[in-house]
Design a protein around this ligand. Structure first.
Ligand code: SF4
Ligand code: SF4
Ligand code: FES
Length: 248
């Protein structure tokens, strides 16, 4: 391993500004990851030409691949910067913001459209107002296991970034909200909104826009079975369509 780390970062000074590349170098230390490199730049904002520059802006919170906020494209692959170890990356390390979300500045993007989609599919259990409801309803262990896997989604955006159907010409909400609708439709209390969730998924930008390219499942850092979720919800949507045709 070289004793110097070389980074090439795609930057933008303001939301409507032009993107440009800036290169950085720093001494190698064992166990560094992309976030620790960005912190080094923050401490000493000097580019590879030795010129003082503005510190690079990025988001991070948990630093243990749980919150999803540090998601960016590193050497062409969308992933979390906090778990991207320098020892495992070829250099120069090329770092870009996700392209499917509006860039606010440098590596910081606005993921609110994912949270809006979660609202659209009512991705919550409807319990109102009290903490004294006693133990929750029981679920069988098989469903619990599936629900656990689905609940690991951290709304990081990797699945949207990788999906060819999520693009400026489409309203597709992407795989994560579809999978979350499945999670809450499985819940004994969450089921209360099951039909509304399916209706939302049958609407514009929903299941009909998925092209089944399966890129989402390949990039999900939590290994959520996204294509199974999409298939399950497509089946539920078909049943709902027939029900509506027969009974209105
Ligand atoms: S299956 Fe393909 S089109 Fe559908 S959400 Fe996943 S990546 Fe996008
Ligand atoms: S489904 Fe996976 S890739 Fe998509 S937002 Fe959730 S954790 Fe990220
Ligand atoms: S900082 Fe939370 S996932 Fe990286």
């Amino acid at each position: 391993m070289s004793q110097t780390i070389y980074l090439k970062i795609k930057r933008k000074d303001e939301p409507n500004g032009e993107s440009y590349w800036e290169e950085f170098e720093m001494p190698y230390r064992p166990h560094m990851n992309v976030i620790s490199c960005l912190m080094e730049i923050q401490k000493n904002p000097m580019n590879a030409k030795g010129k003082k520059t503005a510190p690079v802006v990025w988001d991070a919170a948990c630093l243990e691949e749980v919150c999803g906020s540090c998601t960016m494209v590193i050497n062409g692959r969308v992933r979390q910067a906090c778990s991207a170890l320098i020892d495992n990356l070829s250099q120069p390390i090329v770092i870009e913001p996700m392209s499917k979300f509006p860039c606010i500045r440098d590596l910081r993007v606005d993921r609110s459209k994912m949270f809006e989609s979660l609202k659209k599919v009512k991705a919550w259990v409807p319990i109102d107002g009290t903490h004294n409801l006693g133990p929750g309803p029981r679920m069988n262990p098989k469903d619990q296991q599936i629900a656990y896997e689905l609940s690991r989604c951290m709304t990081c955006g990797c699945c949207l970034e990788a999906c060819p159907q999520v693009n400026p010409h489409s309203d597709f909400i992407g795989a994560a909200p579809i999978s979350q609708a499945r999670l809450f439709n499985m819940h004994p209390t969450g089921k209360m909104y099951a039909d509304e969730r399916i209706d939302a998924l049958m609407d514009k930008g929903g299941l009909g826009d998925c092209g089944n390219a399966q890129m989402c499942v390949e990039v999900c850092p939590k290994e959520i079975p996204l294509t199974t979720s999409i298939a399950e919800m497509e089946w539920e949507a078909t049943k709902r369509m027939f029900k509506k045709l027969l009974w209105g």
